[in-house]
Write a protein that binds this ligand. Structure first.
Ligand code: DHB
Ligand code: FE
Length: 278
């Protein structure tokens, strides 16, 4: 049976793509951020996953405001990114695991998640940059299954619903007869707000509490509705829903193998966790 061997959660700021293009990893501004990934890359080199389920939010590249699925799952043989207007280089295409995608879609729909299935799908910085942080040579040694959650246009799914989606993803992978080692990668957050009067808002105390809850008490964040999450984490901080989904997929108990937190990267409090199911 396929097995989820770990979960990685990280922020996904477009400026990271510019820093990679300019080789700024050792620059004092960027070093505390990039260095956070060294232990995660070491772990990946040891465990050698076959597939990464990437839980992320699209920012207008694949879905625009005219058609906005709450939850969508990719079932394409290949995923490319495209110019989003940030001026960052495009990365090589990713190979999809269509068999696992369809199995997950069947399993999630059977559990009453009403998904949009995408046999063509562009993936944006929220997908490509975390992958480039994990595999800097961009010779992706894994197949991918994208899971996209709407966090750009109201109404958003609740934290409780995202945690349940994650748990259902965990069951879907566990029931796949393949022998694959699967990593779930959730990207977004932590606290940030790009627009309005509170642009630049960051909430370190909330982020730290949320990261603690990711280990011992994943239901903690479900006490907040969408407005309360925005209040606590900022309008784009709601991207922490991707972390919660990832955590749900890892089962009851996890061990934190690594954790990093650094303010700021662009307008964002950047967080990173590596969690292992126990
Ligand atoms: C920034 C953060 C994001 O999550 C994003 O999608 C775009 C920009 C930022 O901090 O600049
Ligand atoms: Fe974002």
């Amino acid at each position: 049976m396929a097995k989820i061997i770990g979960g990685i959660t990280t922020s996904h700021v477009p400026a990271i793509g510019g820093a990679i293009a300019k080789n700024l990893q050792q620059d004092p501004y960027w070093k505390p951020f990039f260095d956070g990934f060294i232990p995660v890359r070491r772990w990946l080199a040891e465990v050698k996953p076959d597939v990464v389920v990437v839980v992320y939010n699209d920012h207008g590249l694949n879905f625009f405001l005219d058609k906005m699925p709450t939850f969508s799952v990719g079932a394409a043989p290949e995923y490319r990114n495209s110019d989003e207007g940030w001026g960052i280089p495009q990365v090589p295409a990713f190979n999809g695991d269509t068999a696992l995608s369809w199995h997950m879609i069947e399993s999630l729909v059977a559990e009453d998640f009403d998904l949009t299935t995408c046999q063509e799908m562009l993936v944006d910085h929220a997908f490509t940059l975390p992958m480039a942080l994990l595999w800097p040579d961009q010779k992706w040694p894994v197949k991918v299954v994208p899971v996209c959650i709407n966090t750009v246009q109201a109404p958003l799914p609740s934290a409780a619903r995202c945690l349940k989606l994650g748990q259902a993803i965990g069951r879907a992978v566990a029931s796949w007869p393949g022998q694959d080692k699967v990593v779930v990668l959730g990207t977004g957050g932590l606290s940030h707000q790009l627009d309005g009067e509170r642009a630049g808002f960051i909430n370190k105390a909330f982020d730290q509490k949320f990261m603690d809850s990711m280990v011992d008490d994943p239901a903690w964040a479900t006490q907040f509705d969408t407005h309360q999450l925005v209040e606590q984490a900022g309008t784009q901080g709601v991207e922490l829903l991707m972390w919660l989904t990832t955590r749900g997929a890892l089962g009851e108990k996890v061990r934190a193998l690594h954790r990093n937190y650094h303010i700021p990267i662009s307008n964002t409090a950047s967080g990173l966790m590596l969690l292992q199911p126990v």
